[in-house]
Design a protein around this ligand. Structure first.
Ligand code: RB5
Length: 146
């Protein structure tokens, strides 16, 4: 575990329960779970939550981010708009391991309508116990539009 052991968690309204279960799970593993909500079930827009979590990672305040929405796709796209973020959607532990080992992902996105809680926790474990492998291609912080 690195010296910065904070993991920011966020979601839209659809995934509050799973997000909170993940927060409890990672805290039990010794990570500092920084859950930035939301906590109320009112419908809310996933882009702002993806952005808020991504900014906590991009600025160095948190080592990793875990974000959730219905599919995991929308909030992942929003997070990846923040400079320096490499976020992948995972519905299986193999992919979660690969996005750390091969892509140096710093955020993980999960779809609450895609996976159940047990599988989601396995995905989180695979992500957090894998390391980027030296010598792999580095994804630039950003590309220009042309
Ligand atoms: C919300 O209804 C849903 O669109 C959202 O959670 C997510 O799946 C978007 O990508």
């Amino acid at each position: 575990m690195t010296s910065n052991n904070r993991i920011v968690l966020s979601s839209d309204h659809s995934a509050i329960q799973l997000r909170q279960a993940i927060a409890v799970h990672i805290a039990a593993l010794g990570w500092d779970a920084v859950d930035i909500g939301p906590t109320t079930p009112q419908s809310t827009h996933y882009p702002k939550h993806g952005k808020a979590a991504a900014q906590r990672v991009a600025c160095g305040d948190c080592r990793f981010g875990i974000i959730l929405c219905g599919t995991g796709q929308g909030i992942m796209m929003a997070a990846n708009k923040v400079k320096g973020i490499r976020c992948g959607v995972c519905a299986d532990p193999f992919s979660a391991r690969m996005i750390r080992q091969h892509n140096d992902a710093n955020m993980l996105s999960i779809g609450v309508r895609v996976v159940g809680e047990g599988l989601a926790l396995d995905i989180v474990d695979a992500f957090l116990t894998s390391r980027f492998e030296a010598g792999r291609p580095i994804i630039p912080v950003e590309y220009s539009a042309i």
